[in-house]
Design a protein around this ligand. Structure first.
Ligand code: QV4
Ligand code: CA
Length: 512
């Protein structure tokens, strides 16, 4: 009995940290604001063939339609109900996406906005993506249903009813985040409505959830909801599989609420990761790549098996949320590829790649006044399709970072080296560094202002390897740089500091 009980407990705890990706698929991509039909196609034509484990989708539940400014991206973080219709598509399209992606081994992770409903100032009426009536003033959401009893107003002690002080733990949990009506997640009715929403998605085949604004919910309330969740759909997952849970908790230190409070529920976003990596690659604050030797827990990050990591996310790539000016994004192309390459090569954490849309940034007094812009859209407000160009890039202002050769090939690199230890670290005391992953892969960076020319122990079997950053292996040839590893594992590396991509990565599946 003892062992069985232990396994059962282990089973319950263990499942929520496990991303539930198909074996040897070790990353997910956030297809921010993509339409469901485009995601279904991308799963089949690109993500499955290139070894992506899954997709984080934008919130699929009905949201308020905001007209001032004109349908900002963040209207999707103002729920009106849990009906599945948004600018990304309707329930039929959602079902089709989940089925088609699951059928090719690319799983779906839903951005679950369950801390709140829409902003207190969102008015009343049916200006919502499913046309449901609501009244923010009276906290009336008949399409759920929620009424005034289901909100935290009586609990919040701040003057405005909004969070005013992030050092007051109760305010952060029980008051309104930027006026968003705060749900009373200690009430059984609310817990059951939220659980019913998530279980419906599980029934349709999703593999897990990003818990939005988790810092603003008591960990025990989140747990009470997670304990109501069913196991994943056995059409695609082994019986008894728990949904993968990763909670958005911005903890850069300095606040009383810590990410570790949420470890009992699942993984947690590690925001220190992108903030620090951006600082190091920009060489700010005296940081240099040589210091990355103990990257991970050595830098004060949470345990690797609790961390969800990323270089940038949909908030901090546009100055929302946290991370500040050091965050690297697709706008900083050259350094961004290095950062994503480093993240995907290093064993720390479970990795999420950002895939964005371009918007007309316009800075006034150091702030991008266009940070609210929604996805590329047609005159009628509908979201534009993702078009694919002949060179495999995306059109219609979709950035498709996940399709950039350097990033795609590093997603594959991570799959090839999965399970291999961090090994053979080398640095020049400045910004030239290298490390391997057992005998499966090796990567080297030159972020100094002079060229790199060094012979290093790679740990790899002898042979000719294709650099998968400047090119890749196609058939029996390398399309760009070749690296020759001698019988003793040594190889010479030459990287000019003016190179378009001043880093080289090789692995055993890119060996001639
Ligand atoms: C404004 C004022 C308020 C005022 C209110 C009254 O700021 O002080 O009380 O008007 O009218 C939008 C606007 C915001 C507006 C609010 C309510 O930007 O100016 O308040 O709506 O009308 C996204 C955006 C927010 C946006 C929100 C809702 O980032 O700007 O607010 O969606 O539309 C913290 C949290 C963290 C959070 C992060 C942004 O700890 O959890 O802030 N990150 C997640 C999501 C993020 C989302 C939310 C949480 C909310 O990643 O995208 O916020 O669901 O760090
Ligand atoms: Ca709350």
């Amino acid at each position: 009995m003892g062992m069985y009980l232990l396994l059962l407990v282990a089973g319950v705890c263990w499942g929520q940290y496990n991303p539930n990706t198909v074996p040897k698929r070790t990353s997910i991509v956030h297809l921010f604001e993509w339409r469901w039909q485009d995601i279904a196609e991308e799963c089949e034509r690109y993500l499955a063939p290139n070894g992506f484990g899954g997709v984080q989708i934008s919130p699929p539940n009905e949201n308020v339609i905001i007209t001032d400014p004109q349908q900002p991206w963040w209207e999707r973080y103002q729920p009106v109900s849990y009906k599945l219709c948004t600018r990304s598509g309707n329930e039929t399209e959602f079902r089709d996406m989940v089925t088609r992606c699951n059928n090719v081994g690319v799983h779906i992770y839903v951005d679950a906005v369950i801390n709140h409903m829409c902003g207190a100032n969102a008015g009343a009426g049916d200006h919502a993506t499913c046309g449901s009536y609501f009244n923010a003033k009276t906290e009336d959401f008949p399409a759920v249903p929620y009424s005034v009893w289901d909100f935290n107003d009586h609990k919040c002690k701040s003057r405005s009813g909004n969070i005013e002080n992030y050092h007051d733990i109760s305010q952060v949990r029980d008051c309104r985040l930027v006026s968003l009506l705060d749900l009373a997640l200690d009430r059984e009715h609310v817990r059951s409505r939220v659980a019913a929403y998530l279980n419906r998605l599980i029934g349709l085949g999703v593999a897990g959830f990003r818990i939005d604004a988790a810092k603003h919910m008591w960990p025990a309330d989140v747990k009470a909801i997670l304990d109501k969740l069913e196991d994943l759909n056995t059409q695609w997952f082994p019986a008894g599989t728990k949904p993968f849970i990763y909670q958005e908790v911005i903890d850069l230190g300095g606040e009383p609420i810590k990410g570790s409070e949420y470890f009992g529920n699942g993984r947690v976003t590690e925001f220190k990761y992108g903030a620090k990596l951006g600082t190091v690659l920009r060489k700010w604050d005296g940081e240099k790549m040589a210091y990355l030797k103990n990257w991970g827990e050595g830098w004060g990050f949470m345990p690797s098996d609790r961390a969800l990591v990323f270089v940038d996310n949909h908030d901090n790539q546009r100055g929302h949320g946290a991370g500040g000016a050091s965050i690297l994004t697709f706008w900083d192309t050259r350094l961004y590829k290095m950062a994503v390459g480093f993240m995907l090569a290093h064993p720390y954490g479970f990795t999420r790649v950002m895939s964005s849309f371009r918007w007309p940034r316009y800075f006034q007094n150091g702030k991008d006044v266009n940070d609210w812009y929604g996805p590329p859209s047609n005159a009628d407000g509908s979201t534009k399709a993702v078009t694919i160009n002949a060179d495999t890039t995306c059109g219609n202002d979709w950035v498709c970072e996940h399709r950039w050769r350097q990033i795609r090939n590093m997603v594959i690199f991570r799959n090839v080296v999965d399970g291999e230890p961090f090994s053979n670290w080398w640095d020049n005391g400045s910004n030239q560094v290298a490390f391997g992953r057992g005998n499966k892969g090796f990567i080297i960076f030159n972020n100094d202002d002079w060229s790199l020319n060094v012979s290093l122990q790679t740990g790899l079997p002898a042979g000719t390897y294709c650099d998968i950053i400047s090119g890749q292996k196609e058939g029996d040839f390398c399309t760009a740089v070749e690296v020759h590893v001698a019988a003793d594992g040594m190889a010479n590396f030459l990287i000019g500091n003016e190179d378009q991509d001043p880093f080289i990565a090789i692995h055993v599946d890119a060996k001639l």
